[in-house]
Design a protein around this ligand. Structure first.
Ligand code: ADP
Ligand code: MG
Length: 293
């Protein structure tokens, strides 16, 4: 059930699209000194697109896309949506997938055209003894250095190529980080994505502290660890994989277009998908608190 939404600074909060769960939330905004930010969907738009198809020698790039897109069509992940959409767009209808299985934060597997197909992170494919050769590894490193995500695709005991998907940093994110810093908060980027891509995005928006390649179930532990170091943590996220960490944080902020689970786990909801509203919410809450006291 949606709690009664109290508006920060009453009319101002409403205008700005900031929803707060209850008056007790205001107190937390005064104490926070660290803001942990999810990358995909929070600092970036989360709207991914397929930008490159790299097939190994002997693999037809269209066949690689067809098989990967068929598999990803069964997944809800933004990366999967991008690959499936590009496949349908370029190749028309896709083959069916059987025995589909998704492993959060790692990748997907299933049977397509009689092949047992695996797609996802390198460590995920390694579990099936699938390892990319030097050419694919180089293509993967290059994509990640550009801040993009490489999805490795393998079947029949071999990695057949990779698909590169790219996301866009929200145009307002850098300014938001500057504003959060001016409120005395230290920003930390937390993501399940690879370290190189995470660092690229962190540099683009002005964040120095990066915690990458964190599995969804471990995001909560990262927040708890920061708290055990004496930090008072605000967390901004959007995804199902952020919900536990949002609840663990001293102050949880959900991006408005995010998932219901994330919104439910949070203290504040930013109706507009603009990270600058996080800073505004904290500033307004602190001011409201001064007015009340
Ligand atoms: P984030 O923390 O940035 O929201 P996730 O924890 O959802 O990211 O995913 C982490 C990584 O796991 C992705 O960057 C991707 O490499 C891999 N991954 C997750 N789901 C899929 C999928 N359906 N297909 C391919 N790769 C995936
Ligand atoms: Mg996310």
């Amino acid at each position: 059930a949606t709690p009664t939404a109290l508006l920060v600074g009453t009319g101002r909060g409403a205008q700005l699209g900031i929803l707060i769960k209850g008056p007790e939330v205001l107190e937390s905004t005064r104490r926070v000194d660290t803001v942990v930010l999810d990358k995909t969907g929070t600092i970036t738009t989360g709207r991914m697109s397929l930008v490159e198809v790299v097939a190994t020698d002997g693999t037809d790039p269209d066949e690689l896309l067809r098989i990967a897109a068929a598999l990803e069509d069964a997944s809800e992940h933004p990366i999967a949506r991008a690959i499936a959409a590009a496949g349908i767009d370029r190749l028309g209808t896709l083959p069916a997938v059987e025995s589909f299985q998704s492993t959060q934060g790692l990748g997907v597997q299933g049977i397509v055209d009689g092949h047992a197909v695996v797609a996802g992170r390198q460590q995920f494919l390694a579990d099936w003894a699938l390892h990319p050769g030097p050419d694919l590894s180089a293509a993967k490193d290059a994509a990640e250095a550009r801040g993009q995500t490489a999805v490795l695709v393998g079947w029949d005991g071999e990695v057949h190529g990779l698909l590169v998907v790219a996301d866009t940093v929200r145009p307002t994110s850098a300014e938001a980080i500057t504003e959060l810093r001016s409120l005395g908060l230290t920003p930390v980027l937390l993501t399940g994505d690879n370290t190189a891509a995470a660092q690229h995005v962190a540099r683009a928006v002005g964040i120095d502290e990066v915690i990458a390649e964190v599995l969804p179930e471990d995001k909560l532990a990262v927040v708890a660890r920061l708290q055990s170091e004496g930090r008072v943590v605000a967390m901004v996220g959007d995804g199902v994989n952020d919900a536990a960490a949002l609840a663990q944080a001293d102050l949880g902020l959900a991006m408005g277009a995010g998932t219901d689970v994330a919104i439910e786990a949070s203290d504040l909801t930013l109706v507009r998908d603009d990270l600058r509203t996080a800073a505004t919410a904290i500033r307004l809450s602190r001011r409201t608190l001064r007015t009340i006291k």
